[in-house]
Ligand binder design. Structure first.
Ligand code: NAD
Length: 253
């Protein structure tokens, strides 16, 4: 397989992210978007002609695409879709045994830096004194909550504290909730207008508040990151990678 130029397919090409990915690919030298589709069922033969598929769709569509690519031994995948159910993980892992896949809830450099900072702060600040709350805001058309990025930030905070995020997550509050449990990691969600993506991780103690935050100003940020992930993954062996690997922030890279 020759990667000069790298031939990519864009799944979800009529969506907000799909359009941004096509624009980012056009602007990136050495990359050519040769296939774009926004409905199920691209011909397996058409996919065989590309090196990497970049997917920003919905979980059901992503899972079908992952299976198709894995069954025919390629192309590689960059998965930006969020909102997968916990039971989808085994299908993604099985596919990644056959083809290389980069999956991330956020392709920006800043958020991937933030993940490391959050892990470090959560490790240093005792759970008995510092309550962790993750707040996120997105546009009114977003269909999953909390965002994939908020969940990644929660997992980073939990890993800093040496616990599983599922064991400590507080995903909703309503009515007489009682006091906050020690060590809980709370998530709050705002939806409205055209907000591209705002995330904050708050460490609240009795006498001080530390806030680490990220603000995305334009979704071309994620699209450029996804195109760089495609360039990176094209030459990798099968495996399930994330943006930390692409950026060289993890030992696997
Ligand atoms: P969108 O609704 O604008 O676009 C999704 C597109 O997928 C639609 O055009 C739809 O027609 C298409 N689609 C649906 N089923 C399909 C199928 N079977 N095959 C091909 N196309 C299909 O949504 P969006 O704002 O572009 O977001 C898409 C996904 O990307 C969401 O899960 C969102 O959370 C995620 N996202 C991830 C990042 C990141 O950095 N990882 C950034 C932004 C958005």
């Amino acid at each position: 397989m020759s990667h000069s130029p790298l031939k990519i397919a864009v799944a979800g090409s009529a969506g907000r992210m799909g359009k941004a990915v096509i624009a980012a690919a056009e602007a990136r030298s050495g990359v050519l978007a040769t296939l774009a589709f926004d409905r199920p069922g691209p011909a397996a033969a058409a996919l065989a002609g590309v090196d990497v598929v970049i997917d920003f769709t919905v979980p059901q569509a992503s899972l079908a695409l992952v299976k198709l690519c894995a069954d025919q031994g390629g192309p590689a995948l960059v998965l930006g879709t969020t909102g997968f159910a916990p039971e989808d993980e085994s299908a993604l892992e099985a596919a990644a045994a056959k083809i290389p896949i980069v999956r991330s809830g956020n392709f920006s450099l800043g958020v991937n830096m933030l993940l490391g900072l959050v892990r470090q702060a959560a490790k240093a600040l005792p759970a008995s004194d510092y309550d962790i709350e993750i707040t996120e805001a997105h546009h009114r058309r977003k269909i999953d909550a909390p965002s994939g990025t908020a969940l990644m930030l929660g997992a980073a905070a939990a890993s800093g504290r040496g616990v599983e995020v599922e064991a400590v997550a507080i995903r909703s509050r309503d009515g007489i909730t009682g006091p906050r449990p020690d060590g809980g990691i709370g998530f709050s969600v705002l939806r409205g207008g055209g907000i591209v993506g705002e995330h904050s991780v708050v460490f609240a103690a009795e006498d001080e508040i530390l806030t680490l935050s990220h603000s995305a100003r334009d979704r071309s940020l994620f699209a450029r990151g996804a195109v760089e992930a495609a360039v990176w993954v094209a030459m990798r062996p099968p495996g399930l990678y994330d943006m930390q690997d692409v950026l060289g922030f993890s030992a696997k890279a």
